[in-house]
Design a protein around this ligand. Structure first.
Ligand SMILES: Nc1ncnc2c1ncn2[C@@H]1O[C@H](COP(=O)(O)OP(=O)(O)O)[C@@H](O)[C@H]1O
Ligand SMILES: [Mg+2]
Length: 383
C-alpha cells in the first residue's frame, strides 16, 4: 500500500463558479468530505449537480474558485501530477486509438520514464488483473465497449496510484456488463488497497459499489453516509426521493421529544415516537400549513390487506399489482398520500385484486417524519 492509500484525502469548502455569457454559475458550493484508507467513496446525484466539476478540480483539470484540497494536510494543488499520484478513468474511455492495448496501458509508466523491464512487468500485471492478457496487441477499435473500459482502468492502475478517480465509467455499457464491471472495479480497488472516488448518477450502482455515498443536489453535498444510512435515514426529502422509492404521507404533528414525534395522518391513523427529521431549506413547498409533517416510509415497510381485514387502517385502491419475482409490488391510490402509495410485499396479499379497496399500514419505528427546516414542529399540532 502506498503512503497515499493509507493517508487522508480531504476537500474543504470546495467551490467552483464558472463565468458564462449569462453571468456567473456556481456549479459546486462549499463541498466538504474526507476519504481515508482504502475507502470506496461515491459522489451521487442527478445530471448537472456538480459531480464532474468536483472530480475535475481534484484531478487538476479545472481551477478551484475557493476552498482547499488536502492530502494528509498538505495542499494537493501544489503537487505536480506525479506527486498527486491519481489514476483517472472517464466515461468516454479516452484511449489512444493509434496505440495497442499494451501501449495504452503502458502510457503512465512511460511518462514516468520507467525502464523497459518495469513497463513489461507492470503492464503484464495489470492486463492479467483485468483479463486483457490475450488482447495486448489489439487496437482500441477492435475491442468491445467493456474491453475498452477495462483498458482505461488498466491504464489508470499501472503506476500504482494511491487514489482512483472514476467519472461514470460504466455509463456506456449495457446493463448486464455494468453490473459485472462494478463488482470487478470494487474487487480490484480493495485488492490494491487504493482509495476510490467514484461518480455516478445511478443510485443502485452507488449503493452496490460504495462504502460511503455523498449525495449531491444543485452543486451542494446534501448527505454523506453508508448506503444503508442514506436509505434508512435520509437527511432531506430530496435524498429520500432520489435514493430508492419512498412513500410520503402528509400528517399533523403531536408532542415531540428527543428527536421523535407523534403524528396523525389525514384519515386519523396515529403514530407515536416517529423519528423526526428537519427537511433542508428550499424544501418548504413539500409542506402545507394544515399538514406540517410528511411521514416517509420505504415500500417494503408497508403492509397491505383486503379492506375488510383492517377496518381502522388507512385505505386506498390497488390500481396495479406487479409480480416482480422476489416480491409483489402494489401501487395504491390513496387520499392519504402524495402520489401513489408503493407497497412491496414479500407475497400476494390474500383477497386483493386490481381495483379492490385495500387497507395498509406500517410500524412507527419504520417511518421518518419530516418537518420544514427551522419549523417549530409543535406549531401544527392538532387541537
Ligand atoms: N465549463 C463550464 N462552463 C460553464 N458551466 C459549466 C461548465 N462545466 C460545467 N458547467 C455547469 O456546471 C454545472 C455542473 O456540471 P457538472 O459538474 O458537469 O455536473 P454533473 O457531472 O453532476 O452532471 C452544470 O450546470 C453545468 O452546466
Ligand atoms: Mg458528469
Amino acid at each position: 500500500m502506498t503512503a497515499q492509500a493509507s493517508g487522508r484525502f480531504e476537500v474543504r469548502d470546495l467551490t467552483k463558479t464558472f463565468q458564462t455569457d449569462e453571468g456567473p454559475v456556481t456549479a459546486v458550493r462549499d463541498v466538504n468530505f474526507a476519504i481515508s484508507g482504502d475507502m470506496f467513496f461515491t459522489m451521487l446525484g442527478p445530471s448537472g449537480c456538480g459531480k464532474t466539476t468536483t472530480l475535475r478540480m481534484i484531478a487538476g483539470l479545472e481551477t478551484v474558485t475557493s476552498g482547499e484540497i488536502l492530502q494528509d494536510g498538505s495542499d494537493f494543488r501544489r503537487m505536480n501530477a506525479f506527486q498527486r499520484n491519481i489514476g483517472m478513468v472517464f466515461q468516454s474511455y479516452a484511449l489512444f486509438p493509434h496505440l495497442t492495448v499494451f501501449e495504452n496501458a503502458a502510457y503512465g509508466l512511460r511518462l514516468r520514464r520507467a525502464s523497459e523491464d518495469q513497463v513489461r512487468r507492470g503492464v503484464t500485471r495489470v492486463l492479467e488483473m483485468l483479463r486483457l492478457d490475450g488482447l495486448a496487441h489489439r487496437f482500441p477499435a477492435d475491442l468491445s465497449g467493456g474491453q475498452q473500459q477495462r483498458v482505461s482502468i488498466a491504464r489508470a492502475l499501472v503506476y500504482e496510484p494511491g487514489m482512483l478517480l472514476l467519472d461514470e465509467p460504466l455509463a456506456n455499457l449495457d446493463a448486464k456488463l455494468r453490473v459485472e464491471m462494478r463488482d470487478e472495479i470494487r474487487r480490484l480497488q480493495k485488492s490494491l488497497g487504493v482509495k476510490a472516488l467514484y461518480v455516478t448518477h445511478d443510485q443502485e450502482e452507488a449503493m452496490a459499489i460504495s462504502d460511503q455515498i455523498a449525495v449531491f443536489s444543485k452543486g451542494r453535498l446534501i448527505q454523506i453516509g453508508a448506503p444503508y444510512e442514506i436509505y434508512a435515514r435520509p437527511a432531506s426529502l430530496f435524498v429520500a426521493d432520489f435514493i430508492g422509492k419512498a412513500n410520503f404521507l402528509p400528517c399533523r404533528l403531536g408532542p415531540q421529544a428527543e428527536g421523535a414525534a407523534a403524528c396523525t395522518l389525514k384519515g386519523g391513523a396515529a403514530f407515536e415516537g416517529v423519528r423526526l427529521q428537519p427537511a433542508v431549506s428550499g424544501e418548504e413547498d413539500w409542506f402545507t400549513p394544515d399538514m406540517p409533517g410528511l411521514l416517509m416510509a420505504r415500500p417494503e415497510k408497508l403492509w397491505i390487506k383486503a379492506a375488510d381485514k383492517a377496518p381502522d387502517a388507512p385505505r386506498g385502491r390497488a390500481m396495479r399489482i406487479q409480480f416482480l419475482g422476489s416480491f409483489v409490488r402494489y401501487m395504491v391510490e390513496s387520499a392519504e398520500a402524495r402520489g401513489p402509495v408503493i407497497i412491496d410485499s414479500p407475497g400476494f396479499a390474500e383477497g386483493v385484486e386490481e381495483g379492490d379497496e385495500v387497507a395498509f399500514g406500517l410500524l412507527a419505528e419504520d417511518a421518518t417524519v419530516f418537518v420544514a427546516a427551522g419549523a417549530d414542529a409543535r406549531g401544527g399540532m392538532a387541537a
